[in-house]
Design a protein around this ligand. Sequence first.
Ligand SMILES: NC(=O)C1=CN([C@@H]2O[C@H](COP(=O)(O)OP(=O)(O)OC[C@H]3O[C@@H](n4cnc5c(N)ncnc54)[C@H](OP(=O)(O)O)[C@@H]3O)[C@@H](O)[C@H]2O)[C@@H](O)CC1
Ligand SMILES: [K+]
Length: 236
Amino acid sequence: MAFKTLGAKAAAALDKELMSSGAFSLDQLMELAGLSVSQVVYRVHPITKGPKILVAVGPGNNGGDGLVAARHLRHYGYQPTIYYPKRPKNELYQRLTKQLEDLNIPFVDDFPDALKSADHVLDAIFGFSFSGEVREPFPAVINAMAETKIPVTSVDAPSSWNIEDGPPSEGVGSNFHPDVLISLTAPKPLVKHFKGLHFIGGRFVAPSIAKKYDFDVPEYEGLDQIVEVEAAGQKL
Ligand SMILES: NC(=O)C1=CN([C@@H]2O[C@H](COP(=O)(O)OP(=O)(O)OC[C@H]3O[C@@H](n4cnc5c(N)ncnc54)[C@H](OP(=O)(O)O)[C@@H]3O)[C@@H](O)[C@H]2O)[C@@H](O)CC1
Ligand SMILES: [K+]
């Protein structure tokens, strides 16, 4: 079964609809999105492969998913470290940050240096609202993720990739190919350029809303918040 994709505009409209007629709060959606991200890390990188997860957090809701995932991963026994250089004054992000501080999770300023001792990287910098060329301070972070031998899991999109067209043809991000991707609610068109392990998460969409936006809700099993699909969107 091929999974339909959701473009940047449709993904933003769906997000809005979930929080209006869908009656969800952003906190709820982000909690479930972040929970599914934590399950992907648990699946692809069991703690026996090394507990140190470096989480790169961006300024929007993609970053919020990363903060939630870090909290869950800490409770599973991992040792997350957070790189969060641009922190908006939004109350939700401040609360998520406080929750991590209360768990003694370290926040670091030097991403390349933190990468030296990491076992796995979580890319929660940009999601479906990314556009244009990567602005400071993120180019060095994208380059470091592109060059590292440590496995990288991207949340919703490989950060720096155009949501419709995939990796830029040159410059920052052109050589960034993460090992794992978790698409939230539905894959974005960029997945046609993605060759790694691919999951779908975000187990909160009512069938009526999926129908309206013309995408498929995968068949989640048991307690799972994630379903593995082939890179091109075929269910395994
Ligand atoms: N419905 C769902 O499935 C759910 C989706 N969720 C998640 O939300 C994500 C979408 O979140 P989002 O809309 O907040 O935007 P996101 O992608 O984090 O980035 C925006 C930030 O990036 C910045 N920025 C942009 N371009 C840039 C550039 N070139 N260079 C540098 N910066 C740039 C931009 O800054 P600005 O341009 O405003 O200064 C802004 O601050 C989605 O992918 C999923 O992960 C869940 O949380 C809930 C359920
Ligand atoms: K991302």
